[in-house]
Design a protein around this ligand. Structure first.
Ligand code: API
Length: 324
């Protein structure tokens, strides 16, 4: 139990996480310990983070990823996080293409071309897709789906689309993103409410040009994030379905966000749920953290040995290079 364990602080588009590889521990943390450690790390260590990514062994895949939000709730998936977990597993097992088990499905991941010098990138599958109210879940006038629908109870002049991939997303295209309105709606739909009883990640998106979007997300269990990978993927799908005049299916979509930029690839299918989504973007490791297994089990995060990797300066150079 006094064994030293190495954790990582990582980010995808500045959506920040800690990675804990449970397979390195003598005794894996139980769910309650994971929840407490996630809340503590995300609030107090190295400027905080949006979640804890937990790696476990998998019977079918190279590894399994669980996602614990900053508030201790568990999410079904995390697109930005999956890229960083993919890099971790890729380096650990020296493989460039494999599958990762997540709560709802086993997802294909692959190393991609670096986004910039010193900025490694990974491409991950985002699946399964559902528009059905039972999968989000939502409740609005007994509708089965919410697609480009005016909902005055949310905001008077906007239309909304709800997509589960499989975590729940509510998307609205706007001429300009209002942080104030996004924050208010995000808070309302993540407090007890009649529309989304389990909460929802809310994204506002501005269409900048053909295959070029800006997306900002208010996350369930977190609040404002720099970027949300599944949110940008679901928004790309909504964009391809609703704004075909600005969508070129042969090319990737560039999705700008407050933390940088990712690419998405949308391959539409006549049955919209069978469309394919890929998310491609940076997988940056910023810090290595050494802690004793005993301290982890007891949620005592005072005695950490932290070292910086130096990767963040390359990521910042990338962000500068894409400034519009
Ligand atoms: N940031 C993550 C999603 C976290 C989702 C979570 N907030 C929830 O659904 O509860 C992403 O990159 O996809």
């Amino acid at each position: 139990m006094n064994k030293l364990v190495k954790l990582l602080k990582v980010h995808g588009s500045e959506n920040k996480f800690f990675i804990l590889d449970q397979t390195l521990l003598e005794t894996p943390l139980n769910d309650n310990e994971l929840k407490n450690v996630a809340i503590n790390f995300c609030a107090n260590i190295l400027g905080g983070a949006d979640g804890l990514l937990v790696i476990d062994t998998s019977e079918r895949c190279l590894g399994k990823m669980r996602v614990i939000n900053a508030d201790g709730s568990e999410a079904k998936m995390c697109g930005n996080g999956l890229r960083t977990v993919s890099r971790y597993l890729s380096e650990k097992y020296q493989l460039d293409e494999f599958k990762v088990e997540t709560m709802a499905s086993d997802l294909d991941v692959a190393k991609a071309t670096d986004f910039y010098q010193g900025v490694p990138a990974f491409s991950v599958e985002i699946s399964p897709i559902s528009f059905n109210q039972t999968d989000l879940p939502f409740s609005y006038h007994n509708e089965d789906e919410m697609i480009d629908q005016k909902i005055p109870e949310f905001l008077p002049d906007q239309s909304f689309t709800a997509i589960a991939v499989p975590n729940p997303h509510l998307i609205s295209f706007v001429p300009e993103v209002s942080q104030l309105e996004l924050g208010d709606l995000g808070q309302k739909l993540n407090a007890p409410n009649e529309f989304f009883p389990e909460g929802v990640n809310v994204s506002f998106s501005q269409i900048l040009d053909t295959n070029k979007l800006f997306v900002q997300t208010y996350e369930r269990g977190v609040g404002f994030t720099n970027a949300c990978g599944t949110g940008m993927s679901a928004t790309s799908l909504a964009f391809a379905l609703l704004h075909s005049d600005k969508f070129n299916p042969a090319e990737e979509i560039s999705v700008y966000n407050p933390g940088g930029m990712v690419k998405t690839k949308v391959t539409l299918n006549q049955t919209k749920e069978k469309s394919q989504l890929r998310l491609i973007g940076n997988a940056t490791f910023t810090h290595e953290i050494e802690i004793s297994e005993f301290a982890l089990h007891n949620n005592q995060l005072t005695d950490l040995n932290v070292s910086e990797t130096g990767e963040e300066k390359d990521y910042q150079a990338f962000v500068k290079s894409i400034a519009q």
